[in-house]
Design a protein. Structure first.
Lengths: 241, 241
DNA sequence: GCAAAAGTGTTTTGCTTACACCCATGA
DNA sequence: TCATGGGTGTAAGCAAAACACTTTTGC
C-alpha cells in the first residue's frame, strides 16, 4: 500500500529552562559556536542517543548545560517541531521540553555551555528572528504552556526555593503572567487552595516590615479552586511596567 | 564534546480520531494486518515521508484511513512518544495527533483501512493492554486533551454538523466528559458565551416537543466565560449510566 | 388535552474584586 | 513614632447550581 519510504530522522531535544531573577522571567540561552546560526542565541539542546528515552536526553542535557540535577526539578514535554526545512543540516525533528528552576546559584558551566547565560524574556523581541532555527516558536509555546499551568497546577512553586513566602509566590505569578496582582487577595486565594502550600514555623525578616511566614510545597497536583488569571481577552489585565 | 552519535529514527504519526455516535464517544481503530501485534486493534497512522511536514502526514493519513478531507476538521498535535522499546521494529518515535470529526456518513474505506471501524471508548478497557504498542497511552492522553479543551475552546462544535442545536452540543459535552448536565443551565451558559454559537433562522423539529433553534459556529477561539466542568476532584460529578 | 423537548426566571451559594483596616518589625 | 511590607475583614458583583415554570410542537 504505502508507496514511498519513511524519511530517516534525527531527533533533538531542546530545552526551555525558565527561572525568575530580580522579579523577571529569564530563559537560559547559549550562543551557537558553529554553523548553522553561528554566534546567534539559541536554546540549549542535543540529540537523542541510541537506547535513550526522550526524557532521559532532556535530563542529560540539563545536567550538561547547567549542572542541575534534572531529576529534581519540573520537566515536561511541550511539543514536537518537524518541518522539513527547519534545520539546514538535514531532517531533524525537535522535541521541546520545559524546565522550571528556582533562582539557583547556578554554576552555568558545562561541557557544551561555556556561553550559557540567563536572558530576560522580552515579549517584544520574541517571535521576530531573535533566536536560531525556529527557537522563537519553541520558546513562545513553552512560555504559553507555563502561563496556562500556573492556573490549575502548583507549577509556580517549582520557581521557588524549598521555603518561600506568599510574596515570593506572587512574584512568580506576576513575572510569568506579566501582570500586577493585589497582594491581599492573592494571599487569601493561595492559602485557600487545598494543599497548595503548607505553612512552617519559619519566618523571613524583610529589611523593613512585618516578618513573613515561610511555606513549603503542598501535596496538591491540581489546584482547587484554580488560580485564574485576571480575565483573559476583552478585559485587559494591568500590564507590568 | 558530545561523544556518542545521535540515534537514527523513523517518525510515525498516529491519529486519535474521535466522534460522537449515539451519544457516545467513539474512536476510529484499525485491526493490524501484520506483525507486530497482528490482529490487535491499533490507532491508524503511518510514517512521515521525505519533505513532508508532520501535520501534512496527519492530513494524508486521515484521508487514506477515512476519506475525510483533513483540511476541514479539527486537527492538533498532542505529544510525542519515544521510548526506545516502544516498537519492536526499531527506533520509532510516534507523534500523536487528535482529530475531531462530526458523525459523518463516513466511507470508512481507504487503502490501508479495510478494517477501520468506530469503537466506543470504554474507560475501563482503556489502559490495560487493549491496543497495540503504547496506543492505550496515546488514546488516554488525547482524550484527556479533548476533555480539557472543551472547557475553554469551542472544540465541542467540531463534533457537530455545520448546523446544530444546543442539545446536540450538550450531548457532546456529556459524552466526552462522561457526565450528565442540566439542559436548562447548559442552554443559558452556552448562549451566554460571547461568539461561541450563532443562532440561525433554521429550526429542527424533534419527533415530539418544541422545535429547537439551529446554531452555527461562532467566531470565538477562546470561551468567555469558560464552560467549566462540574467540579473536578473531591466533589464527584454525576456519572453517566 | 397530553407528552415531550425547548427555553426562561428565580433563588441560593460561592468565588472574585476592591479596598478599609489591623499587625509586626526596623529605624 | 513612622514607614514598610504582611495579613484579615467585608461588601458588591458575577457566574453556577438547583429547580419551578412557561413555550411550542405532534398526536
Amino acid at each position: 500500500m504505502s508507496s514511498r519510504p519513511p524519511s530517516p530522522f534525527r531527533i533533538a531535544i531542546d530545552l526551555v529552562i525558565l527561572t525568575i531573577r530580580q522579579d523577571r522571567l529569564h530563559v537560559l540561552l547559549i550562543e551557537r559556536g558553529k554553523e548553522p546560526f553561528e554566534g546567534r542565541p539559541a536554546l540549549p539542546g542535543g540529540f537523542v542517543r541510541a537506547g535513550e528515552d526522550l526524557r532521559d536526553t532532556a535530563v542529560r542535557e540539563l545536567a550538561e548545560e547547567t549542572g542541575i540535577d534534572g531529576g529534581k526539578l519540573h520537566l515536561e514535554q511541550v511539543r514536537t517541531y518537524g518541518h522539513p526545512d527547519r534545520d539546514p543540516r538535514g531532517r531533524i525533528a525537535s522535541v521541546a521540553y520545559l524546565a522550571i528552576a528556582p533562582d539557583l546559584p547556578i554554576p552555568v558551566a558545562g561541557t557544551d555551555a561555556a556561553t550559557a547565560h540567563w536572558e530576560p524574556v522580552d515579549n517584544d523581541r520574541l517571535g521576530r528572528g531573535w533566536l536560531a532555527f525556529d527557537h522563537d516558536v519553541l520558546l513562545r509555546d513553552a512560555i504559553e504552556r507555563a502561563r496556562d499551568k500556573l492556573e490549575y497546577s502548583p507549577l509556580a512553586t517549582a520557581f521557588c526555593q524549598d521555603l518561600f513566602t506568599i510574596s515570593d509566590l506572587r512574584a512568580v505569578y506576576e513575572a510569568v503572567w506579566g501582570v500586577r496582582l493585589d497582594p491581599r487577595n492573592f494571599h487569601r486565594k493561595v492559602t485557600g487552595v487545598k494543599d497548595f502550600v503548607k505553612a512552617t514555623e519559619e519566618r523571613r525578616f524583610p529589611p523593613t516590615g512585618r516578618p513573613a511566614i515561610l511555606y513549603e510545597r503542598g501535596t496538591a497536583s491540581l489546584l482547587h479552586p484554580a488560580m485564574l488569571r485576571p480575565t483573559r481577552s476583552h478585559d485587559r489585565p494591568t500590564p507590568l511596567n
